[in-house]
Design a protein around this ligand. Structure first.
Ligand code: HEC
Length: 92
């Protein structure tokens, strides 16, 4: 009795899971290792992913973060800007 209803439900549940998998994966929280490492310590890195700024705006924010205590090398800063100005830029 129990085994029978389990076998009845299982393939359907599995199929549903397979069908929704791409959707679940595409909705996953964005996560960029360098941003997590450099910008995810004082606050959640998601603050970065949710922000859109012009180039000047991001340079201003970077300056502000340094004033607040961000430690970052020239090379890392360049890589962070590459990411910000590619994926998180405010088009005007
Ligand atoms: C030393 C701590 C620290 C680090 C590291 C840091 N932040 Fe911040 N950040 C802050 C604080 C504190 C705030 C709170 C809001 C404020 O003071 O303006 C903030 C706020 C922000 C905001 C929202 C403020 C606004 O004006 O929209 C953004 C965007 C931001 N940070 C981006 C970054 C990015 C990008 C990095 C990595 C390059 C980073 N943060 C790393 C301390 C930090």
């Amino acid at each position: 009795m129990h085994g029978r209803s389990f076998r009845g439900i299982f393939p359907g549940a599995l199929l549903l899971l397979l069908l929704t998998m791409p959707l679940l994966l595409s909705c996953r929280q964005e996560s960029i290792p360098l941003i997590e490492e450099k910008c995810g310590t004082c606050h959640s890195a998601s603050i970065v992913y949710e922000t859109r700024r012009s180039e000047a705006g991001w340079r201003q924010i970077m300056h502000g973060m340094k004033v607040r205590g961000l430690v970052i090398s020239e090379e890392e800063e360049q890589r962070v800007f590459d990411i910000l100005l590619t994926d998180f830029v405010l088009e005007q």
